[in-house]
Design a protein around this ligand. Structure first.
Ligand code: ZN
Length: 306
């Protein structure tokens, strides 16, 4: 599918609401309309967003069941928001998005960014493979103290593919603690079995061998190197993540929402070599029509569960 490669192309391609709707319908039904109710392949357009199935009469909105479900704002604004988020190297803050789009409220911009973050994880994505480094780091609050206990901070476990001196893809997740269940559970969800997993000597990783991985344990006392030199991929990604949270988001990320920021960071990091930013825009749109919608109420209520 064609996608805009530059801002100029974006502006001319999506200069009207109609153009955005057409494009959204194409991304949603790449092989043509499919009725959710009867599987029929023919429909009439009966309204701005509505398609009317000619075989069973079922009406479906092109935004139903997508991130854009129920929106009262023009799709053109959503498209601009997606372009704004994906075209900038470091993404966007809610305040930046509000100003850029001229949105009436900060809450709307905040909610849009959160809805889009929900679309930054590809359903059924591949797990990492090859040689993978795994380690934990504390995120949030003040600078992490040595050791594996800290207050008011979230523990994030990070996996990074190591490709010679370069790095491949990353996966990361918030874990409740550095126990075997949490750490090995993360590895199993993120890394293909049979992969060589390199960690430090922490006991939480010891079970990896019995869970189908080749475990390369680096014992620090046997090496004169600094910890960040032993697992350079993870430490590079961890420092980029922290810089991004402090820079773009000024560190103002609540623990309840942190997992979604990790998704955004991962989305961008794993596509950092894309030739055009337009491709990120297209991927985001593609995933935005594939994930379930989330309401503002749900976004807010997760704040109260801390
Ligand atoms: Zn039908």
């Amino acid at each position: 599918m064609e996608y805009p490669r530059t801002l100029m192309e974006f502006e001319s391609r999506f200069s009207s609401e109609e153009a955005c709707l057409e494009y959204l319908a194409q991304v949603r039904w790449p092989d043509g309309f499919v009725c959710r109710s009867c599987g029929g392949r023919k429909a009439w357009k009966t309204g701005r967003l509505l398609y009317h199935c000619t075989s069973c009469g079922h009406q479906i909105s092109v935004t139903a069941g997508t991130v854009f479900q129920g929106t009262r704002k023009p799709l053109q604004m959503w498209f601009r928001a997606m372009w704004w988020v994906t075209s900038q190297k470091n993404g966007a803050s809610a305040q930046g998005l509000q100003h850029n789009l001229g949105l009436g409220s900060y809450q709307t911009a905040w909610a849009w960014l959160h809805k889009l973050r929900r679309a930054m994880v590809r359903p059924g994505r591949d797990r990492l493979s090859g040689l993978v480094e795994v380690d934990e780091t504390y995120v949030g609050g003040r600078e992490a103290a040595p050791g594996r206990g800290a207050e008011n901070k979230a523990l994030v476990v990070i996996a990074v593919e190591k490709k010679g001196r370069a790095f491949g893809r990353t996966r990361m997740a918030v874990v409740s603690d550095a126990t075997r269940d949490q750490l090995c559970g993360f590895v199993q969800a993120s890394v293909e079995p049979g992969t060589t997993v390199r960690t430090d000597g922490w006991q939480g990783y010891r079970a990896l061998k019995t869970r189908g991985y080749v475990h390369d344990r680096i014992l620090q006392q046997r090496s004169a190197a600094e910890p960040y030199e032993l697992l350079p991929g993870v430490h590079r990604v961890a420092s980029l993540l922290k810089r991004w949270l402090l820079g773009t988001h000024q560190g103002a990320v609540s623990p309840a929402h942190l997992p979604y920021y990790l998704d955004e960071f991962t989305f961008r990091f794993n596509r950092r070599t894309s030739k055009t930013r337009g491709k990120l825009f297209y991927r985001l749109l593609e995933q935005a029509v594939a994930v379930d919608p989330v309401t503002y109420k749900t976004l807010i209520s997760s704040d109260h569960n801390i």
